[in-house]
Design a protein around this ligand. Structure first.
Ligand code: HEC
Length: 162
């Protein structure tokens, strides 16, 4: 083999590698951007509504478990609700303000920091609730203070009358 052929061969190898790298980069950019756009607006609105409904069912279970002094199970559900609120914070992107029967008020996006802070408070309060419920004298009052009052505080300001 002459030196010239060998050189051409190397060059071709390099070019092929280069093309492979470019193709891979293009593909990965494509995959990353398509995973960000994974959820449609409808899916975002439906999933936040489903999660609120789930929290409502869970809150009622928390109430009945705690009232029956079954604190262990009640505390597990309190932690679950706390986590759900954190997921909810990310389910109000700019493009999900309207449509698909949302009851979310536009003020949410005017006051996004306040709204997020209320959601975070609701989440933190479930952890606080878990730490005080066993020693609480007034179980009903404690549930109202750390759980139900947060629903009302947020709905009265950020959710349509229904
Ligand atoms: C920080 C704000 C916030 C907190 C805290 C909050 N919610 Fe909501 N909730 C909303 C908003 C906003 C909607 C409207 C969502 C939509 O329709 O897109 C909603 C909707 C709902 C719905 C209707 C879901 C559906 O199927 O349309 C229920 C039920 C609900 N919330 C229950 C609760 C309960 C119970 C609590 C407390 C344990 C609570 N929420 C706490 C803001 C909040």
């Amino acid at each position: 083999m002459s030196y010239g052929v060998c050189y051409m061969h190397d060059l071709l190898n390099h070019i092929t590698k280069f093309i492979k790298i470019i193709l891979l980069s293009v593909l990965s950019v494509f995959f990353v951007s398509s995973s960000n756009a994974e959820l449609t607006v409808e899916e975002i609105i439906k999933s936040r509504q489903a999660l609120f409904s789930k929290n409502y069912r869970t809150a009622k279970k928390v109430q009945s478990l705690a009232s029956n002094l079954d604190f262990e199970d009640a505390i597990l559900l309190m932690n679950e609700m706390s986590e759900n609120y954190k997921v909810l914070i990310d389910l109000f992107p700019e493009n999900s303000q309207e449509g698909f029967d949302t009851e979310a008020l536009l003020t949410i996006w005017d006051e996004k920091d306040d709204f997020n802070a209320l959601m975070q408070k609701a989440s933190d309060d479930m952890i606080n609730l878990a730490s005080v419920i066993e020693d609480a004298d007034d179980i009903r009052g404690t549930l109202t203070k750390f759980m139900w009052s947060n629903c009302k505080a947020c709905h009265s300001r950020y959710r349509e009358e229904h």
